[in-house]
Structure formats: C-alpha cells, structure tokens
Design a protein around this ligand. Structure first.
Ligand code: PEP
Ligand code: MN
Length: 338
C-alpha cells in the first residue's frame, strides 16, 4: 500500500502512520519529497484497514498496490483455468454454447428444446425453473417440478444442465437433482450469503454480472465463492444498465478482454439478455466470440412466440443452428473451435 501524506503533514503525523503500519505487521518505507512525504507499506497489505489509515491526521490518500481479490486473480494463477462441467470443458480451446429456453414450461417443450440444442451442436443446456421476475404477478417458474422436467429432457440428450438458484433453501434440492451448473443471476450477484453457500459446494457456478456492477465488484463477488473452496466459477457478462433505452442492456464487450486479463477463470457472454431482441442475438454473439469469450449463454425456444418468458429474445431452433455455423467460422479464425 502507498500512503500519500498531505503537503505540510507534521513529523508527528508521519510517525503515527509508520507506527500504525507496523502494528499491522508491515514494514514502512518513508520517502521524503520536496512537497510531500510518501510512505510505502511493505508486507501483506490486505491486513491493513485502509479506512482507518485514510482517517488519520495528515493522510491525503492511500492506495492498494495488490488486488483485493486473490484466488480469482490472474496475478496469482497465470494459466487459464478450465472448469469441468460434467465432462464438458469450459475455458479451454473450445467455445461452449449453452442454449435453451428462458424458463422451463412443460415436458414436451423441454424435450423438444433439448433435442434442438443437441442437434445444433451445443453441449450444455440452460433453462430456469425459478425465475427472478420484475413483477410478482408474472410467471415465477415451475419450481422443483421444473427441475425434474429439465433433468429428464436433458438426460435423454446427454446434456448437462444450467439453472438459476435464487434461494439458499433450494440448494440441497439442486444437489439432489444433480444440477450441473448453478447459475447466480444478475439480481443476486451481491447476495453474499448465497455466494458463500455456493462456495461450499463442489459444483460449477455461473456468476452473472450485476445490472450496474463494476468489474472489481464482480471479481470480489467471485472471490466470495472461491474463498469458500469452490473455484469452479464461470463469469457471465449479460449487459449492463446505462442511459440507453433502445435495447434491454448494453453488452459490455470491453469487459471480456479486461476480465480475461484480470482473472484466470472462464468468461462467457449472454447476448440474449443484453440485446433483449432475437434479431440482435447473432451480432452480439459473434462479437463476443471474436472478443475472446469462452462461451455463450443463449435463449432458444422451440416456438419463440409461445414462450412464457422472454419470448422476444428467444432464437428459433433453426436460427440457433445458423448461428452455430457462423460462430464456428469466427472461432477458427482466432485459433479456437466450437
Ligand atoms: C436468465 O438467464 O434467465 C436471467 C434471468 O438472466 P439475468 O440474471 O442475466 O437477468
Ligand atoms: Mn430470460
């Protein structure tokens, strides 16, 4: 940590800061300039309470020089991590496309969807049984019955399943139904108790970016999961809220290379919740793969106009097939496959 003293800070104030740093078990390196004194704290700076330093008399500002996140940081783990989702690698050379409906509706809908997902060449399937809806009067998901329908449909096609967990009390049920990937949705990115609980289980987790979360907040949320012992984390950029109202969210393509630099964990993109319209999904998906995403989370419904949730943004089965072909071309250009 570097502590910059105010111009005119007294010798006593400087000494007080040095004493404080030593109390935290760090060494202090005092550098006296013409106008200001700068104090470097050497050692495990995470032990230092920055707020208390900032509050000391004569301190102008302080800054950390190591990242506040550790397990998820590339700084500590140079190689890309590959998350094994029931035998399907996420984060390796192959770009993985996770497709399926926004929500689980009926057994025939899920059976058809699973068949289309597999036929399009995808290796993982999505579908929500518990839905975080803006209105309490909207369809809330089929619940446990939905997990059962999802499992049955996906098993018939040999597809691991991704589904959202909203309530800690459902975690055991998710494990009983052998959910392959637990999705933590946008609205729960900073539900720290939920993050701690999924940190204790040995299941891959997709951590979606909060609606207005900074990259740093997102990384810290992942660190909560990792700190519990579960390092099988996949980041999912799904668009952020800005001043723009012409589309549902703004897909932050910039977040892809930034995150890939900051963390060794896989980064995937959800173009469906970003654009909010099916006709935008292809363009956003292509951009994401070109920018280095390790995978995509795409909404596809057997009959989009009949979807109970997010009908506007669901791809039709044949559109998913076309998209997979296009993505294959982009993946090859950048030395990957799909
Ligand atoms: C979803 O993937 O079904 C979903 C609700 O997404 P988000 O949390 O990104 O809004
Ligand atoms: Mn949706």
């Amino acid at each position: 940590m570097i502590i910059v003293m105010s111009p005119g800070a007294s010798e006593q104030q400087i000494e007080a800061v040095v004493k404080k740093i030593k109390e935290y078990g760090c060494e202090a390196n005092v550098s006296r300039g013409v106008e200001r004194t700068i104090i470097g704290a050497i050692g495990d700076e995470r032990a230092i309470n920055q707020e208390l330093i900032d509050a000391m008399a004569g301190v102008d500002q302080s800054m950390h020089i190591v990242k506040p996140y550790k397990i998820v940081a590339r700084e500590w783990h140079k190689e890309n991590s590959v998350v094994d989702v029931s035998g399907v690698p996420v984060g390796g050379k192959t770009v993985q496309v996770i497709a399926g409906p926004c929500s689980v509706e009926t057994q025939p809908q899920m059976d058809q969807a699973a068949q289309f997902v597999r036929e399009a060449g995808c290796r993982l399937m999505r579908g929500g049984a518990f839905k975080p809806r803006t209105s309490p009067y909207s369809f809330q998901g089929k619940g446990v019955e939905g997990l059962e329908m999802f499992r049955r449909a996906a098993d018939a096609q040999g597809l691991p399943i991704v589904t959202e967990l909203m309530d800690i009390r459902m975690l055991d049920t998710f494990l009983e139904w052998n959910v392959d990937v637990i999705q933590i949705g946008t609205r729960n990115m900073q539900n720290f108790d939920l993050l701690k609980e999924v940190g204790r289980v040995n299941k891959p987790v997709i951590l979606k970016r909060g609606m207005s979360a900074t990259i740093s907040e997102w990384l810290m949320a992942a660190e909560y999961i990792a700190a519990g012992g579960n390092h099988n984390i996949i980041f999912c950029e799904r668009g952020i809220r800005t001043f723009e109202t012409a589309y549902r969210n703004v897909l932050d393509v910039t977040a892809i290379p930034v995150l890939k630099r900051e963390t060794h964990l896989p980064v995937i993109v959800d173009p469906s919740h970003a654009g909010g319209k099916a006709w935008m999904v292809g363009a956003l998906a292509r951009a994401a793969v070109a920018a280095g995403a390790d995978g995509l989370l795409v909404e596809m419904h057997p009959t989009p106009c009949e979807a109970w949730c997010d009908a506007d943004q669901a791809l039709a089965p044949d559109e998913l097939k076309v998209l997979m072909g296009e993505l294959g071309g982009i993946a090859r250009v950048i030395g990957r496959d799909i």
